[in-house]
Design a protein around this ligand. Structure first.
Ligand SMILES: Cc1cc2nc3c(=O)[nH]c(=O)nc-3n(C[C@H](O)[C@H](O)[C@H](O)COP(=O)(O)OP(=O)(O)OC[C@H]3O[C@@H](n4cnc5c(N)ncnc54)[C@H](O)[C@@H]3O)c2cc1C
Length: 304
């Protein structure tokens, strides 16, 4: 019996309600709409199921990959010959003494709406970011001057020893698109807690709407992408450098440097992961040759 078949049997025994999918097309789980099949995907509905899935996999020597909304991810055309735990079923929130606690699979948009619903301000910036809280904490997601680190108080996760640990945010090393969790991809973020200020609901809503309008006017939201393809190099803006090098609108196969925002590579129809990879390399090589600046991918790669 191969390892994955053994894992399926073990999961059926330990967590009979846990949803499992074999050879699941990853193009259904990434905002790029790209990616071949994942050998096995678990979609836990509770933290208990998620923890059981991870523990069972590790006991069989399998390291799971944790997936949120796949909005920062390029999966290879061959797919991923491993085990994925998709967290979007973990989406509960609760408020205790103005502290908002949320599970890691909740979309950031819903989290911002939950805060607004409680009259709490501070998460408006996150409303338009199409990821989950877990993916957001990992990358210290941010926009329009806001970053998760500004409002988080603690993060609860399952470590590689199978223990559930809570760390104050000061110990989570959240900086620009980086955290302790990018250094420890084997840790599963389960929950996070925020301290938010009391606000005026109508003003919170106005701010979210304004930021959504800004996004719609600047970003190619009508085409699949993974947002900003590259991190902001210190002292520069990736999009400006890419545009300056004459790359706006340049394409390889179905992948294209967005004509609306050069910082985005978009899937204009039928793009493969290989098209995106080759276009990213072309951008990096051209920008380095023309400006001497190295562009580092913000997008994560899986299955390459
Ligand atoms: C149109 C568009 C606009 C965007 N705008 C912004 C923006 O303004 N600001 C910004 O910061 N980002 C932006 N992004 C990028 C992306 O939405 C964020 O990085 C988001 O935080 C990723 O979350 P996710 O759930 O989709 O993560 P995924 O893509 O699923 O995963 C990303 C990484 O996080 C890890 N991860 C996910 N969940 C967990 C977990 N529970 N525990 C441990 N590790 C986990 C994964 O293993 C992977 O390494 C944009 C993307 C798109 C498509």
């Amino acid at each position: 019996m191969d390892q994955m078949t053994a894992l399926i049997e073990e999961l059926n025994r330990r967590a009979p309600q846990l949803e499992l999918r074999e050879y699941e097309p990853m193009s259904r789980h990434t905002t790029f709409r790209i990616g071949g099949p994942a050998r096995l995907m678990a979609l836990p509905a509770t933290q208990k199921e998620a923890v059981a899935a991870v523990r069972a996999a590790r006991e069989l020597g399998i390291s799971p990959f944790f997936l949120g909304n796949g909005s920062d991810l390029l999966v290879s055309d061959q797919g991923f010959d491993g085990f994925i735990v998709k967290t979007t079923g973990l989406d509960q929130t609760r408020v205790v003494n103005r502290r908002l606690r949320a599970e890691s699979g909740i979309p950031l948009a819903r989290l911002a709406m939950a805060a607004w619903g409680q009259g709490l301000t501070g998460l408006e910036f996150a409303h338009g970011i199409p990821g989950t809280l877990g993916g957001g904490v990992t990358m210290n997601a941010g926009a329009y001057g806001g970053e998760l680190v500004q409002v988080l108080t603690s993060v609860t996760f399952l470590n590689d020893a199978g223990e559930v640990v809570t760390l104050p945010v000061e110990e989570c090393a959240l900086t620009y698109r980086h955290s302790l969790f990018t250094d420890h991809p084997e840790w599963l973020i389960l929950e996070a807690e925020f301290e938010l200020a009391q606000g005026v609901p109508s003003l919170i809503k106005i701010k979210m709407d304004e930021l959504a309008q800004k996004r719609r006017s600047k970003q190619p939201l009508d085409l699949p992408s993974a947002g900003s393809t590259f991190k902001r190099p210190e002292g520069y803006f990736a999009a400006a450098l890419i545009e300056q090098c004459g790359l706006k609108g340049v394409g390889i196969g179905g992948a294209q440097v967005s004509e609306k925002h050069a910082g985005f590579v978009v899937n204009r129809g039928g793009a493969t992961a290989d098209d995106v990879r080759r276009l990213m390399e072309l951008i990096q090589n051209t920008v380095y040759r023309e400006t001497g600046v190295t562009l580092e991918p913000e997008v994560k790669f899986l299955g390459f």
